[in-house]
Design a protein around this ligand. Structure first.
Ligand code: M6R
Length: 611
């Protein structure tokens, strides 16, 4: 986790770094700090948000043309002023910011203590900077060389930036496993965990690769490997609009992102299908089409909301393409000694493309010979680059910690994949394919209609904002939606919520139901409709308070439910794209009414780059 930003150039570094940190706050927000060089190497850091840091430095001299900043999600050591980054070395000559985890920090710390180094914090990052200092002192080498040598000693993940007060014109950075982007401006350079702090100033970026060392000195950029081989920087031009990373008049990013879905769903299918001529195309798949068509099994690895999208894909691919699908929590899969063969296709789904467990799971599958396909939102992210092929979701930057538009974009791309494989395998007949494509094309307009439910959902939210538990039930394609609705509510409102397959409820959770239990039932008109009507009766018989998500025009369930939310009709294959919308809005409004920080819920961060 954690966000890092650094700047060197003709402008004042501090405002650029602070603004960049705010853009990266989604990555962690328990403390923030900044280091600036202005003759000295000054570090200012504070527990809390970037705004707390801003208050803290308001009366300090924070000028300088080179500096670095950090926003933290704690791993080693509780969130406090001391554990906040940047960290000085013992001598205070050099300082570091670090995103990642150094796994062998305890052993390194013991060695460094024996050699007389002292530590202020409980962090692994302070060990890293003292290791660099120790190497420099002992081998009498330059600082970049000491950093390079230190990379051979540390085990784990890192994106680091190092500054030295003895070298007022140099930024040194390195990466392994945690993202790092260099922005190249006119006589200025930027370093950041992602491109959002950079694009206001330049669209030219270089994605740093694992085991690369970056030295920016006197206006020159040099990249070399850990083995000291000089690399030619590959400069890419980013197409990212500044407005896409701003709130645009909405009170929260999450609400903006919910309301962006008609557009983001359209963007994720754009150029990939023409329903009129039954034409489907997805560049990433073309090269591996035979592998997909002949796959014996498809494994999906993902975490959180992306895992829920994977579960929707299991229903879609098995139904339309008749290939067995297994959906795995990446964090379990990677430690399970799974059976994987060269005939397997592994799909890794990740909004950020940086989730450590998903990355490790795909690396494991790759090492066993499987073909790896990635579905990521963030262009150039680690997962996107580690896969054999893939498709971007094109949902645009998602900044709210609770994933919303990424989910619908993932489901859209997965629906297209299921249709492509199904039609190539001959398991999806042309008429049915055409119907699905026409229906998919109509989804953005139907999402627009579903968003009109916002006012009604605010009223329902006011009724239930003080509930302590929620149950979400769904069957078939709506079962993953039930899981997703429950996850949304718990992560931003801190209300305990469980998602369950509606029929499984009678095997345990039914015991929880009484007149105080709100039960959200996703009961759209589909092949399990009659069954879920029975499940609603079971809840009603136990006095549960039913909030039903139904298809427009349904008259049966409204007669039984306490609250009814009607969404437009669609094919059951695509229904998650609509049924998830009211659940996103419900969790959003409940969280706002409870006074929660919707975009930055406690203990969470947007991308989980630790195991
Ligand atoms: O970036 P990823 O899609 O790999 O992230 C996976 C999960 O960490 C993420 O979906 C998380 O569960 C969200 N906070 C859910 O809203």
């Amino acid at each position: 986790m954690c966000g890092i930003v650094a700047y060197v150039g003709h402008r004042d570094a501090c405002p650029i770094i602070l603004k960049g940190l705010k853009r990266l706050e989604y990555r962690g927000y328990d403390s923030a700090g900044i280091a600036l060089m202005n003759g000295d190497l000054s570090v200012y850091k504070r527990k809390g948000k970037v705004s707390d840091l801003e208050e803290f430095i308001v009366d300090k001299d924070v000028h300088g043309h080179i500096g670095m900043g950090h926003t933290r999600w704690a791993t080693h050591g509780e969130p406090n002023d001391v554990n906040a980054h940047p960290h000085y070395s013992s001598s205070k000559r050099i300082a570091i910011i670090h995103n990642g985890i150094i796994e062998n920090y305890a052993a390194l710390k013991t060695l460094l203590l024996e050699k007389g180094h002292t530590f202020q914090s409980e962090t692994d990052s302070e060990v890293f900077i003292n290791l660099i200092e120790d190497i420099q002192q002992n081998s009498k080498c330059s600082l970049p060389e000491a950093v390079r040598l230190a990379l051979h000693e540390v085990v784990g993940a890192y994106a680091i930036v190092v500054l030295s007060k003895e070298d007022q014109n140099t930024l040194i950075a390195a990466r392994k496993g945690s993202p790092l982007v260099v922005g190249i401006g006119e006589g200025e350079y930027f370093l950041a965990s992602d491109a959002t702090p950079i694009i206001e100033y330049t669209n030219d970026v270089v994605y740093v690769n694992d085991f690369e060392l970056v030295v920016i000195r006197d206006g020159e950029l040099e990249i070399r490997t850990k083995e000291d081989v000089v690399q030619t920087p590959y400069v890419q031009r980013l197409e990212m609009a500044l407005e896409s990373i701003e709130k645009g008049g909405y009170p929260h990013f999450m609400l903006k992102e919910i309301f962006e879905q008609p557009r983001s769903i359209l963007d994720s299918m754009r150029g990939r299908m023409i329903a009129e001529s039954n034409h489907l195309m997805m560049g990433g798949i073309r090269e591996f089409e035979n592998k997909f068509v002949n796959a014996e099994r498809i494994l999906i690895v993902a975490c959180g909301t992306s895992w829920h999208a994977g579960l929707v894909a299991e229903y879609l691919i098995e139904d339309l393409a008749r290939i067995p699908v297994e959906v795995e929590y990446a964090s379990e899969f990677r430690y399970r000694n799974p059976i994987i063969s060269e005939r397997d296709i592994v799909i890794a789904i990740s909004q950020s493309g940086e989730t450590a467990d998903t990355l490790a799971a795909l690396e494991l599958a790759k090492s066993k010979g499987a073909t790896i396909f990635g579905i990521c939102n963030v262009v150039g992210s680690s997962i996107a680059r580690a896969t054999d092929a893939g498709a971007y979701t094109h949902a645009g930057p998602e900044i709210g910690v609770a994933s919303t538009k990424a989910f619908t974009a993932q489901v859209t791309v997965l629906s297209l994949i299921a249709m492509i494989i199904g039609s190539k395998r001959g398991t999806l007949e042309t008429t049915k394919l055409h119907q699905l494509m026409v229906e998919l094309e109509s989804i953005p307009a139907k999402v627009e209609r579903a968003l009109l439910l916002d006012v009604q959902i605010q009223e329902i939210s006011a009724t239930f904002k003080d509930a302590t538990n929620f149950l979400y039930l769904g069957r078939g394609y709506n079962f993953p939606v039930a899981l997703e609705g429950a996850l949304k509510l718990k992560e931003i409102s801190y209300i305990h919520a469980e998602g369950y397959p509606a029929a499984e409820m009678k095997h345990g959770p039914i015991a929880l139901i009484d007149e105080h239990m709100p039960v959200v039932v996703i009961a759209t008109k589909d092949s399990s409709y009659e069954k879920i009507v029975s499940n609603i009766q079971e809840v009603k018989a136990r006095k549960g308070r039913i909030i039903a998500i139904v298809t427009e025009g349904d008259t049966t369930i409204p007669a039984m439910a306490d609250y009814v939310i009607e969404i437009p009709e669609t094919s059951e294959h695509l229904v998650p794209l609509l049924s998830v919308i009211p659940l996103q809005l419900l969790s959003y409004h409940i969280a706002v009414m409870r006074g929660c920080n919707v975009d930055q819920p406690r203990n969470l961060a947007k991308s989980v780059t630790v195991e």
